[in-house]
Design a protein around this ligand. Structure first.
Ligand code: ARG
Length: 275
């Protein structure tokens, strides 16, 4: 079998250090408030992730952590940008609500057009952009966090078609724990996290997708960041790593165990900025 060569595209990312990271409330099935987190280890692992991205040639901007917002390390949830336009987040749970303003501040005054949302949406947690799929396509999840009305709102703000996908398993409560872009046109996903109709939509749009299984999803393997060639996965995710390698990509592993306690991994900690 022959593959097109998988070429990296240099990216700009936004991350927020886990300086105030704790698990003091439970808003997803992975969070256990009785097991303490190791803040020093969380910070060390986060720094390794940031260094891995910069060593690959990408730019990482850092958003200052705010005391009292323990989930702010999951920077992907703070907004969704496409073509220099930013659709702001509006969090479902009050514990995270104030994170939206911190992200908003990062964009306003910069080279961005910022739109405040009317509907609940958790940024790149539930939105993904595929610049080279069907001329530029947004994939959007709903069922647990993001209001489906936000999908239409995002389409109006961003001017790109939005495909709504229904998530059905509470363990995979955001799109980015069940689905990931591997490059500008190809994806990987765990079918059973989606309704049957949404599985059909994904199969139609992405016939060359790398299909993940339940063990991959449980390892948070789908919560990956790819630059089109290098696929950054948490170190539990070697099985999916081998599947993406077989499809011509280069898996790169980073240990990120502490962040799993909050119900997130690599992608949750990294927002992509698309000027
Ligand atoms: N504890 C956070 C929450 O439940 C985890 C967010 C994970 N982020 C993500 N992009 N999936 O909201």
């Amino acid at each position: 079998m022959s593959y097109t060569e998988r070429l990296p595209r240099i990216r700009t990312y936004l991350m927020c250090p886990p300086e105030h990271f704790t698990v003091e409330y439970a808003i997803n099935p992975w969070m256990d408030t009785t097991v303490p987190v190791d803040p020093a280890l969380a910070l060390k692992q986060w720094q390794m992730l940031r260094d891995t991205l910069t060593d690959l040639g990408h730019t990482v901007h850092v958003l200052e952590a705010v005391p009292g917002l323990p989930d702010m390390v999951y920077a992907a949830n703070g907004a969704f940008s496409v073509d220099g336009k930013v659709y702001g987040a509006r969090f479902k749970y009050p514990q995270r609500a104030a994170e939206a303003a911190a992200h908003r501040q990062f964009y306003v005054g910069g080279p961005w057009t910022f739109a405040d949302p009317e509907y609940v949406n958790e940024g790149e947690g539930d939105f993904a952009y595929m610049p080279d799929a069907h001329g530029g396509l947004i994939l959007a999840g709903y069922g647990f966090r993001t209001d489906p009305a936000a999908h239409a709102e995002a389409q109006e703000v961003l001017g790109r078609p939005v495909i709504s996908l229904k998530l059905v398993d509470p363990a995979y409560y955001h799109l980015d724990v069940a689905f990931a872009a591997l490059d500008d046109r190809n994806v990987t996903y765990f079918p059973e996290a989606f309704s049957e109709s949404s599985q059909r939509v994904l199969a139609q749009l992405f016939p060359d997708a790398v299909i993940a299984d339940r063990a991959d999803a449980e390892a948070f393997a789908l919560n990956l960041v790819s630059d089109g060639r290098n696929v950054i996965l948490n170190s539990e995710s070697t099985a999916l790593g081998e599947k993406v390698r077989a499809a011509g990509y280069n898996p790169v592993y980073v240990e990120l165990g502490e962040l799993k306690r909050g119900g997130g991994s690599i992608k949750c900690a990294v927002a992509e900025l698309r000027p």
